[in-house]
Design a protein around this ligand. Sequence first.
Ligand SMILES: NC(=O)c1ccc[n+]([C@@H]2O[C@H](COP(=O)([O-])OP(=O)(O)OC[C@H]3O[C@@H](n4cnc5c(N)ncnc54)[C@H](OP(=O)(O)O)[C@@H]3O)[C@@H](O)[C@H]2O)c1
Length: 235
Amino acid sequence: MPETFLITGANRGIGLSLTQVLLSQGDKVFAACREPQKAGELQALQKKHPGALELVPLSVDSDSSVAAAFKSVSEKTQHLDLVYNNAGIQSQPYNARLEQVELPKMREAFEVNTLGPLRVARAFLPLLRKAANPRIVNMTSGLASLSGKSEGAFYPYGVSKAGLNMLTRTMAFDLRDEKVVVVCLDPGWVKTDMGGPNAPLRPEESALAIAKTIKGLTMKRTSLFLYNDGKELKW
Ligand SMILES: NC(=O)c1ccc[n+]([C@@H]2O[C@H](COP(=O)([O-])OP(=O)(O)OC[C@H]3O[C@@H](n4cnc5c(N)ncnc54)[C@H](OP(=O)(O)O)[C@@H]3O)[C@@H](O)[C@H]2O)c1
């Protein structure tokens, strides 16, 4: 059955590919991005899938932007089946060590990668609560795994995404009685602006696996850390 999704950071990279995959599978997507007027690929998709794709201005680091996005989406749908917190940033230089890492970059990473999903998830809860099987998926990374950590560097990214992992678990328990599924998901290492040209996965490959996994999510899996194919990962 077709479902209704909200995806943040949908204008490029994995968010764009996931939007394409879901549209091709007959789903409806609210594609959120900072500047829809510049999102040429989303605009082209909208022409190809009339009525199934809405572009929504949304900066995940701004309370007022998230509130405005909620208002505009609420005017167009009665419910959301799934909110996908995909938007994220990787601060550069990623390999800055303890004495080089800049605190403003740590703060910025927290604002986008950790507080962004919190802001979006709670703003859109009223629409999720009207779905039969509501789900929140937070895009994390293998670099956020505590048990998998075996090198220095990646301070802003790794620390903010590890915070996102704890946020995921905390939200999952807070929303358990309401039967809202909350998981975090590692897309794999993907060839995007962030992942770089050496990544082994194409965005479409990761997005196809993700679409299958997120459509099959139920309360049995809430609070887990998953790979793109649904395999459970270690924290
Ligand atoms: N690629 C990988 O190998 C990999 C691996 C693990 C996890 N991830 C995670 O997967 C997600 C997508 O990554 P990607 O590789 O597709 O990255 P990407 O190509 O760099 O795209 C990042 C997306 O996030 C958006 N974004 C950044 N800051 C934002 C903000 N303040 N408000 C709203 N949107 C914002 C960007 O929008 P603009 O175009 O406006 O900047 C863009 O749409 C991220 O959360 C990333 O951490 C990626």
